[in-house]
Design a protein around this ligand. Sequence first.
Ligand SMILES: [Zn+2]
Ligand SMILES: [Zn+2]
Length: 234
Amino acid sequence: MYKTEIIPIKPGGSNSYLIKSEDGYILVDAGLKGAAQKLLGELQSLQSKPEDIILIIVTHNHYDHIQGLAEVKKLTGAAVAMHKDEIMKPGEEDIIRKNESSLIFRLIVKLFEQVNPNIISDTVNVDIDIVDGMNLREYGVDAKIIHTPGHSPGSVCIVTDDGQCICGDTLFNMFPCTHYPIIVYNRKKLAGTYRRLDSINPDIYYPGHGKPITREMFKTKIMNRKKYFKTGGQ
Ligand SMILES: [Zn+2]
Ligand SMILES: [Zn+2]
């Protein structure tokens, strides 16, 4: 049994997690529009209130993780923490399209955007710039946030001192054949991120999509793919 309690919740889109802290909860990722209502239900079942959320960490700025962020921030009043490399400047191309994924995938994203005009998220002010190694002790949790670029430029993971890792879309566990993210912003950086995670060696990873991934799964499905690390790509 781990000392740090991590509660998976599903506000639509991606996985979100509540980290139990000495002072309340830290929410990791907001999910899609309508997330606030779902979060409220989760908090009620934990006999908790929206104000008990003391911090919102955004693993990365993809719509399935942040579309509900504005409403969740409004509901909880919590500060939002994100890495500065995820912040889009006005007129900048969406980071979901600025990637090294296949042409087919980029076309799918383009089509998807056309049939889903609601993909655009409301603007949210980021209160805390995440820097690599940011300690969460001041929020009542023995954990650090590390910068793990690859899936997107400013993706981050939360690693607890007791060996758990919330990894956003750095790892997937939705399909039987692959645990690599479908979208890759930079393959070289992603390979570097995997090496770093391997050296930290958590027992368990909680991905942005799908079920938890054990250390053994990480080693066999990711680290044993030597070709990925040699070429810096899949
Ligand atoms: Zn995602
Ligand atoms: Zn993503």
